[in-house]
Each structure stands twice: as structure tokens, then as C-alpha cells.
Design a protein around this ligand. Sequence first.
Ligand code: ATP
Ligand code: MG
Length: 330
Amino acid sequence: MSIILTGDRPTGKLHLGHYVGSLKSRVELQEKHEQYVMIADLQAMTDNNADIISTNILEVMKDYISIGLNPDKTTFLLQSAIPELTELTFYYMNLVTLGRLERNPTVKTEIQQKNYENSLPMGFLCYPVSQAADITIFQADFVPVGNDQIPMIEQTNEIVRKFSATYGEGIVKEAKAVLSNTQRLVGIDGKAKASKSLGNAIILSDSEEEIRRKVFEMYTDPNHIHVSDPGKVEGNVVFEYLDAFYEDKNHLEDLKAHYAKGGLGDVKLKKLLNQTLQDFIAPIRERRNALNDADMKNILLSGTKKAREVAVRTMKNVRSAMKINFFEQH
Ligand code: ATP
Ligand code: MG
């Protein structure tokens, strides 16, 4: 049985990008593996304010349960309640250089998006190191993620190799990314990635009206003015969402050909996408409305306790390999 670890920042409610990039795989993986799902509140602190983070912890828990993660099969944990994660991050910082962190392409893009060029918090630059601690403390084999996370897994594995070469093999191990069919869902504005902080995502708990509004706001092809004009399928957000959510792939191919040739209007296409997404989200929203905060808190608390035991065990081995267990030795 493999070990799976993944997580989300509680910077807002989860969206369709999370679903296709990672949540869907988690629902499948929980059936056959030992899965940990972490709410990364400390990682969220690197660029967000504490109020937003604490209000979203239970919201994210509700998202998890409403999309089909099962607390009997998946262990949920809250990052800040496991201090061993912070401790391991601190040790790992000696195994990575500033230059290497600055070259991380995902972090580079995010630094630009957040206008951090002249005021970069060290914690933000180091968040891939903290992710390395998250992954390795649970001895994860696989990490189901969107492709923005590939550089984080590479970074993790470099740290693991350095750790093993310095302090001995077998204490922490390398992990592999599990990528889905839709590795990165675009934003409704056409930006490369739908994300909570960019506000360009359809949320898994959006109302019927919000979904409709967002679908009709979607970026299509600015040169497709008249229905009869040939339209561009490539880079067309509506088609990207249909690719991810519309199940009749043959029909979708016909629609693409029709759109490219001319004669298929954006409104017709958006109506189809709207219906597709309404059908997908309605049952999730319904399950979510039946959930309450107290139950979510209990699930998270008991999962965190269980996960902490694993973290404590790994850290005992880490400290002893690093010879920082002085009082136990003397
Ligand atoms: P934030 O804007 O606060 O960083 P986010 O929307 O990027 O939020 P995260 O919590 O950083 O979400 O990411 C959690 C997981 O969801 C990661 O595995 C990430 O790759 C995946 N994910 C997030 N957005 C997308 C997307 N648009 N397409 C595919 N996967 C995504
Ligand atoms: Mg993110």
C-alpha cells in the first residue's frame, strides 16, 4: 500500500481547478492507499492574512467531504497543529540554497503576480521547503497535484537526496507527482491558472446564478464576432472547460469542428457549458449544505492527532540521524 500526501491552502473555498487537478484523483486514491490530506494554513500565512485563513479551514473541510473524500479512508490534518512540520522545515533549510529557491518557476510566477519583486517575505520564498517537510514527514510515495506543483516535488526530491547523502539513507524518501488529465485548468479570464487568490475560478459551492454569470463572462475568441465567423478553439476558455467536464467527447469534437468552420455561436456554447457545470456542481452543493462545522472540526481534529503520531515517529529518526538528540545520548 502506497502513502499519498497532498493538501490545499485555506485561502478560500475550493474551485473546479482543484477538482480536476487533484481532488478527483484523491477520491480514487483513498480506496486503495493510505492517504493524508493536509490543510496548509501555515503555507497560507506566507502571503495571506490570518483571518481569511482561519475562516476558511472548515470551508475547505466541507469541500473535501462534499466532493467525496471519506474520513474513514482519508486522514485530514491541519498543518499548524503539527509543530514537527515546522521543525523539519527548519532543518531542511540548510540543505537548499537561496539561488535554487529563486529559480523555482512556480514561485517566480507567483512573486510577479503578488508584486513581491522588492519586498519578498522569506517565508514565501521558502514555502517549497516547507512542502518538502510536509511530503516527507509522512513518508509519502505519491502526491496528486496540478502541474504548478511539479517544481515543488522536484525540489522535495533534491532535498531528500541531499539529506540521505549527508545523514544516511532511508530516513526520508522521494515522492512522485500524480498528474490528472487536466493538469491545469485555466481561469475564466483566460489566465493560465484558475486560482483562489486571482479570483478567476468557479467555486465548487457557487450558486446557480454565480456559475451562470461566470460562464457568460468567460473569455472566448475576441475575433469571433458574428456567429458565421470561423472561431478559435485553441485557447478558448469555454472549450477548455468543456474538455474537462463535458462527458460526450464525440459530440465535443463535432462542436469544435463546427466552431472552427463558423456557424456556431458563443452563446449556444456557453449555454451547454453552463448546463454541464450546473449538473456537476448541484449535488456537491447539496451535500455541502447538509454539513455542519462541529462535525468538520471533529474530523479534522481526530485526523490531525493520528497524523501527528506519524510525524513524531519520523522526527525521532530524523533527529537521531542528524545527531541532534544530545540529551538522549548523554
Ligand atoms: P492560491 O491562489 O491561494 O495559491 P490555489 O487556487 O492555487 O490557491 P492551492 O491551495 O495553492 O490552490 O492548490 C492546491 C492544489 O490544487 C494543488 O495541488 C494545485 O496544483 C491544485 N490546483 C489549484 N488550482 C488548479 C488549477 N487551476 N488547475 C489544476 N490544479 C489546480
Ligand atoms: Mg496555489
